[in-house]
Design a protein around this ligand. Sequence first.
Ligand code: HEC
Length: 91
Amino acid sequence: MPSPHEIAAGEVTFTKECQPCHGPRGQKSMPGMKKDAANLASERVQKKTDAELAKIIREGKKGNQEMAGHPWLSESEVQNLIRYIRTLKTP
Ligand code: HEC
């Protein structure tokens, strides 16, 4: 189980790096996006494995310039980000 500290660290990174496009708690594409940013709480995203999410975060999505990679994030930042994204899942 991820610790509350790890999840909180992930949320800090999320707010800085992801929220400007993915919206609060990753659930609402922000205005001005060319393509709707994915709802990160959705089943489609939540079904992805941690390894798949890490790859998307690091390398971005091919053919989408808005969802660019974040190669500057450290391994622990990426892992904490994924832990935070997992908490967004709605039952
Ligand atoms: C500049 C805007 C922008 C930023 C910043 C951004 N995203 Fe995205 N993201 C997008 C858009 C647009 C899409 C939809 C791409 C598509 O459908 O082709 C997307 C898609 C995704 C997807 C789903 C990919 C898929 O295959 O369905 C994930 C997961 C994701 N973003 C995570 C993140 C995380 C985590 C961060 C922060 C590290 C982040 N994004 C930062 C714009 C952004």
